[in-house]
Design a protein around this ligand. Sequence first.
Ligand code: HSE
Length: 327
Amino acid sequence: MKEIRIGLLGLGNIGTGTYKVLEMNRKEIEDTVGCPVNIVKILEKDIDRERDITVTRDMFVSDPEEIFSDPQIDIVIELLGGVEPAATLIERALRSGKHVVTANKAAVAANYSRLMDAAKENGVTLRFEASVGGGIPVLTALTGCLKANKFTRVLGIVNGTTNYILDRMTQEGLPYDEVLKDAQRLGFAEADPTADVEGIDAANKLSILMALMFDHYVHPKDIPTKGITEITAEDIKSAEADGCLIKLIAYAEIMEDGSIKYEVRPMRIINTHPLGGVHREYNAVFVEGNVVGNLMFYGPGAGPLPTGSAVMGDCMEIAKAMLAKGE
Ligand code: HSE
């Protein structure tokens, strides 16, 4: 009987969450795929950390080539984070004939064409559902059942850390620094939270959304971006007095002349807008399609288990396609 064998790059917060998802729901996952699914090799330096999962020492490797050159491994999951060496390793895995699943928005956004080309040239699949909106299945919907639309606009709350910070500052009147520490403790924030609070993480996600929705790739560095570090309690109170909330919004819109306007910045959102009801680390992606109308995808946008849910879902889609093709 076929077995789907996975090599995992990185056993940090998200890697551990993904591993847990497979441990918790193994029966459902394997029943759906139709064969055993196992993570068999893990690239990770920190092998002694207590993780509350069942991994054995012989699963750890220190050289990624041990995964890429293993003919038994079908899928590589990349959860190292950051642009490099992650992007190079994703490309290396694709060029070794492995399907790749990643949650790494920074690596995908900065290398979109290069990685998509590598997948195409090698007849393998690159999936990155977890890279935007954590556990929310927004990319699969936009590129699947909504593909009959021309998309005209997207407004996204796509960074859990900043939404968590702004929400608790708004609801509880707490200072920025105190809430940021909580977000880091809860595992939402990037290792260096600058990427979150300066809007860089949201720009990475907007770059991916624009590439998929508008077939228009913009490098995240070319997206005008402003974070939340200058937002004060007074700004929040003044917005509240006008019936608004301040949210970090990733925005892109097709203008009448066909050009695309895009930016990431804190924006005032009227309380009654669906995006106004997005609290804590939750994310939401509000899209306009010319035939479907307005849709909002909402759910947990960060954290090990929601992100692991999307990563494992991508692996299952690849596994099902492999089995259907008799691979
Ligand atoms: N640091 C990111 C966030 C993690 O806070 O949304 C999920 O991409």
